[in-house]
Ligand binder design. Structure first.
Ligand SMILES: Cc1cc2c3c(c1C)C(C)(C)C[C@@H](O)N3c1c(nc(O)[nH]c1=O)N2C[C@H](O)[C@H](O)[C@H](O)COP(=O)(O)O
Ligand SMILES: [K+]
Ligand SMILES: [Mn+2]
Length: 500
């Protein structure tokens, strides 16, 4: 095979990280029981290189090496988003804004359906029947409180609607249950749950495939809340301007990226369930009383790439150094929220879920000059935005929206929190929503004082009343805004002379 670019081939992506000096090859033996995850978690928190565990204790027959923090911030302090940029073929100097623009660049473009090829790297090894023993694979234990070994945290869950031409790609966690079975979270209103319900009604178990080590751009789109009915692989094609190459599964009619590292295929039972979790999740908590009973994945085949296949993992937790549940889920939901607001004619420049808020909040940056033309006020404007976002799936995980001006950089939390702290009057500038779907995993919902599955959402107006109809009545007191250009140039020119 000719080597495709990193965004289309996971192994090429790993080589690119290595050549970026953003990957640590760890050839010493490391234990998949907690040690691999602890190293990965610390790698997020220190924003160090991505750890590639080439010698995982218990690995055999090419299954498997482990790559941690594939979507973490890069070790290059000047360009923290270069690892994300590598997923979508952007230059290493790209900003988060460039990344969001790229992920939205195929909106309105014709979808490009994937092409089916006869074989590919993921078909180099195949396991069926008695050759399948998930308990013998070095599936990692990611957190000391986890209820099982989560083999699936960065793979693409592939499922097809039973009657409509909709194949959904998303990421949903799953842990090893026994020799041939997994159990994983199937949570409404996610599309995997919507489609699963249709199979339940049809009375048949749902065929599935989990493609681990899939093309990085496909992992990004799988983590993006595209509208219902959109076949993610076609959006990937439109993003790339060329069709993805897929191969057929061995035991069902689903298709998977030909260049995947590891493919697990089978059927998701519509009757059998098992206890799932606890799982150290995206908000930084693992509740010990988590009572999650979820459908069972019956594994019928495992196929995998030669040369020691690589299992990518995500170790969710506190976003002190964000992990993929922040850099992918938060950033990609921000993209869809921006798209929705702009499509509805709102003067929105950008949206971002600050990592410091564990991606529970989203800052919505408003073009204030355009806002004036709406001749509106805080209450009407904020309620309109809340009604749009909080009643759509793309806003599912967001519980606080901050409406900020274009003088605020939504990607700079110091800007965002300054405007929230100084312009949002408690008791008058926050508009509450109690009749909308809540995100059940947020701790103050799952273990909070009030309702569990509805409400707890708010839109915070961080614009002073006069900003709705005229220029700001203040000068911002910082070096950037508080001084005329010639003074700033003089200061910068003489800075080193002053020995500051
Ligand atoms: C990137 C990423 C996304 C998710 C997850 C993870 C990562 C790394 C885990 C580490 C496995 C943790 C787990 O919380 N997880 C996860 C999940 N959605 C679920 O319904 N269930 C899950 O277990 N999403 C979010 C979904 O992937 C997105 O919301 C996507 O938009 C869904 O696709 P769709 O339904 O919109 O098609
Ligand atoms: K998706
Ligand atoms: Mn979808």
């Amino acid at each position: 095979y000719s080597t495709p670019p990193p965004h289309l081939d996971f192994r090429a992506f790993v080589s690119a990280l290595r050549s970026d000096n953003d990957l640590a090859d760890i050839d010493a033996e490391v234990d998949p029981r907690l040690e691999v995850a602890a190293i990965t978690r610390r790698a997020y928190e220190l924003q160090s290189k991505a750890p590639l565990f080439n010698n995982v204790k218990g690995a055999h027959d090419g299954l498997f090496r482990i790559l941690g923090a594939s979507g973490g911030l890069s070790s290059d302090p000047q360009y923290p988003y270069r690892r994300l940029a590598r997923h979508v073929g952007l230059p290493p100097t790209s900003s988060l804004g460039d990344f969001i623009d790229t992920m939205l660049s195929a909106k309105g473009k014709e979808p490009i359906p994937p092409v089916h090829v006869g074989t590919g790297p993921c078909k180099e090894h195949k396991l069926f029947g008695d050759n399948i023993d998930l308990t013998k694979l070095p599936a990692p234990l990611l957190n000391k409180a986890d209820g099982g070994n989560y083999i699936q945290t960065m793979g693409i869950n592939i499922v097809q609607h039973p009657t409509k031409p909709w194949v959904n790609w998303s990421i949903a966690r799953a842990m090893v249950l026994d020799k041939t079975r997994l159990v994983g979270l199937i949570m409404k209103p996610q599309h995997i749950a919507r489609i699963y319900e249709q199979w339940e009604e049809s009375g048949k178990d749902m065929p599935f495939a989990i493609a681990l080590g899939a093309p990085p751009i496909a992992v990004m789109v799988s983590s993006m809340p595209l509208p219902e009915g959109v076949t993610e692989s076609e959006y990937v094609g439109a993003l790339c301007g060329e069709p993805l190459e897929l191969v057929k599964c061995e035991t069902n009619d689903l298709y998977v990226p030909a260049r995947s590292e590891i493919v697990i295929e089978g059927t998701l039972s519509i009757t059998e369930r098992a206890k799932e979790g606890p799982f150290g999740e995206m908000h930084g908590y693992s509740f010990l009383d988590e009572e999650s009973v979820q459908p069972i994945y019956n594994v019928k085949a495992i196929t995998y790439r030669g040369g020691n296949a690589i299992l990518p993992i995500s170790v969710p937790g506190r976003a002190t150094g964000p992990d993929e549940t922040h850099t992918l889920i938060g950033t990609l939901a921000s993209a869809e929220i921006r798209q929705l607001l702009q499509e509805n004619g709102l003067p929105v420049l950008n949206v971002f879920t600050p990592y410091e808020t564990q991606v529970i909040w989203a800052a919505v940056q408003i073009d204030r000059k355009k806002l004036w033309t709406l001749k509106t006020n805080a209450e009407d404007f904020c309620r309109r935005i809340g009604d749009l976002i909080f009643r759509r799936k793309c806003g599912m995980q967001i519980h606080r929206l901050l409406i900020v001006g274009d003088d605020i950089d939504p990607f700079n939390f110091k800007d965002v929190i300054w405007s929230y702290a100084s312009r949002c009057r408690p008791g008058m500038d926050e508009y509450h929503f109690e009749d909308v779907a809540a995100y059940g995993l947020v701790p103050y919902m799952s273990h909070g004082p009030g309702t569990k599955v509805t409400g707890g959402k708010v839109v915070a107006n961080c614009l002073l009343p006069h900003e709705y109809n005229q220029e700001q009545l203040w000068v911002t007191c910082d070096f950037e805004n508080g001084y005329p250009e010639e003074i700033k140039e003089k200061v910068l020119r003489r800075w080193t002379e002053f020995g500051l």
